[in-house]
Write a protein that binds this ligand. Sequence first.
Ligand SMILES: NC(=O)c1ccc[n+]([C@@H]2O[C@H](COP(=O)([O-])OP(=O)(O)OC[C@H]3O[C@@H](n4cnc5c(N)ncnc54)[C@H](OP(=O)(O)O)[C@@H]3O)[C@@H](O)[C@H]2O)c1
Length: 171
Amino acid sequence: MSLPVFVLAAIADNGVIGDDNRLIWQLSSDLKRFRQLTLGHPMLMGRKTFQSIGKALPGRETVVLTRDPGFAAEGVHVAHTLAGALDLCRDLAGAMQASGIAVVGGAEIYAQTLPLAERLHLTEVHASPHGDAFFPVWDKSRFKVISKDDFSSGPRDQYAYSFVDYQRVGT
Ligand SMILES: NC(=O)c1ccc[n+]([C@@H]2O[C@H](COP(=O)([O-])OP(=O)(O)OC[C@H]3O[C@@H](n4cnc5c(N)ncnc54)[C@H](OP(=O)(O)O)[C@@H]3O)[C@@H](O)[C@H]2O)c1
């Protein structure tokens, strides 16, 4: 079964996505959208991102990619190769009747999965913070914007931001 892979990422104007293995902004609206888009789906993430989140998120199946054969954590599935992780996500998606596989970072995982992605759900964070993790350079010509909504900063959203959805075009 071929299931679409979709990528979720919040990316600052300077490409930064994190620092010292943590998120570096408070954007309540982004967390809400993340929840809406991932609920009921298998979620693939790198071991560092999992440790940054610190636990399995409810209502989703978490697949953690790591080369460490001894890695285990409560409530998550573990895979040691990208192909194995995607196979596992497909099986989980079948059991959950999910429409796709959510890839949720971090930088290393985005770099390996962007070539497979059918859709990107990006939050463009209008700030240029210091960071040590960056969204990879990607070929925008392969995607078209299918929706874009701009929002101001507010009491629960530290910076102005835009929700931008991309769909792959061609092959
Ligand atoms: N802004 C956002 O939307 C967003 C989303 C997610 C994460 N982040 C940020 O991104 C940063 C983390 O990104 P990162 O690139 O440092 O780490 P990461 O992608 O989360 O995890 C990297 C780890 O994944 C494992 N891995 C990667 N490729 C593998 C493969 N092909 N086979 C087996 N294992 C593989 C390795 O784990 P082992 O070392 O255990 O072998 C590797 O060290 C943090 O700052 C986090 O806050 C931001």
